[in-house]
Design a protein around this ligand. Sequence first.
Ligand code: NAD
Length: 492
Amino acid sequence: MQLEHYIGGRFLATEEEKWTSVLNPANGELLAEVPLATEVTVNEAVAQAKQAQQEWALVPAPKRAQYLYAIGMKMQEKKEHLATVLTKEMGKVIEEGRGEVQEGIDMAFYMAGEGRRLFGETTPSELSNKFAMSVRAPIGVVGLITPWNFPVAIATWKSFPAIVAGNTFVWKPATETPMMAYEMAKIFDEVGLPKGVANIVFGSGGEVGTALIEHPDVKVISFTGSTETGRKVASLGGQHLKKVSLEMGGKNAVIVMDDADLDLAVDGILWSAFGTAGQRCTACSRVIVHKDVKEELEQRLLEAMKQLSIGDGLDESVKVGPVINQKALEKIHYYVEEGQKEGARLLAGGRILTEQPYSQGHFYAPTLFTDVAPDARIAQEEIFGPVVSLIAVADLEEAIQVNNSVQYGLSSSIFTQDINSAFKAQRDLDTGIVYVNAGTTGAEIHLPFGGTKGTGNGHRDSGVAALDVYTEWKSVYIDYSGKLQRAQIDTE
Ligand code: NAD
């Protein structure tokens, strides 16, 4: 299968472009060939988006929203197909693949609703016979740069608010997951979204990403990816005075207090730490446990981890799929070796799976460390794989302090039966998302998604908050007094 860019309503690829292969991380099967765009292709996509935006901005928002309803319906119709492509391309188990597609469907319907809101404010003027209001105005062409670990959901968190607000977009998906973007291009095409509103260009971050950020007609860059890349995007975007929204890495923790329901905590940890093979930005990679229940929790976790079946995510019984590629495997294993050198005790896993049926894919054994120092590298840096570090603490204050001691601030969770501990934690945990008696994952699309510190730069994906990224506030004053009234001067 050969993929093509989607530009101005046409599928195209040029022979001059380099091509790369998309391989199934579970078994190395060749899934597709994808073209890698040059700056010329990016320029064409931006030109098409710019031209389309002028008309799109004049389409009433409730009518723009009708396209989102159609997209949501189409995604619903194709849900099983989309989930299967997702699992083959990226490796997460099919159940999670379906969940991710559902997230996109939910986002379509939710943002379609915004087409009948897009609320601004009306407010009294300080002058007589004068009317004052603020409205959300579209910004223009937005550039979307997305990661491979949520190849469809994240794109919907960005593109749907962008288009309902009257913008058009050029989306550069991760090089590892172009197939999901291609599926979305087909959907945009099938529902008759006006040409040029949605454009998809495949290619590398260095080439296509840079060209998008530097392009004078791209007014907003919305990026999700690692903190390392985000810094580059922010710095280049800053030079070009772009509005840049960044959603970046995480080092999320589950806190387990001595009064916690331990069975519930184990379920929450397993799902958050090993779902998507630990490759979620919100994955739990630290467990901060009260010292009085540490040994009990270790035993229960070890027992539960034995039940985790590993394999190809298309097999419904599998709970942990492959990681994305060989580079990821090596990075994960590097950290596991570092952890041991730093004195952490390895309780389970800690190895690349090379035996059958794993030999053709990229599989890492779910890994549990204990007696990890809060400042150890495995407790501080994002590993992005199925590796969890247990850190023992004496009380809630110390748990919160350890949670907050990392450079990231995406998600955190506390298991406790005590309402005072729960409320204190939700106030003091320095993360954009806090869960009580649930793991670190499970965001719902109508709430803002994003993080503090090294995870973000103050913007949010999803929820109404996302509209702030894709709109400018315009303040409108209408004077019907028939004379020149001067604000702050002609007041009584
Ligand atoms: P990545 O930073 O390697 O790549 C992200 C995107 O940026 C890709 O499309 C890539 O091609 C592009 N890119 C790379 N270099 C670029 C450059 N110089 N200029 C412009 N674009 C460039 O991240 P990844 O490996 O695809 O994804 C994993 C990371 O994403 C993890 O750190 C994870 O925590 C993070 N993530 C964060 C969130 C969130 O909402 N906070 C959600 C999912 C993933």
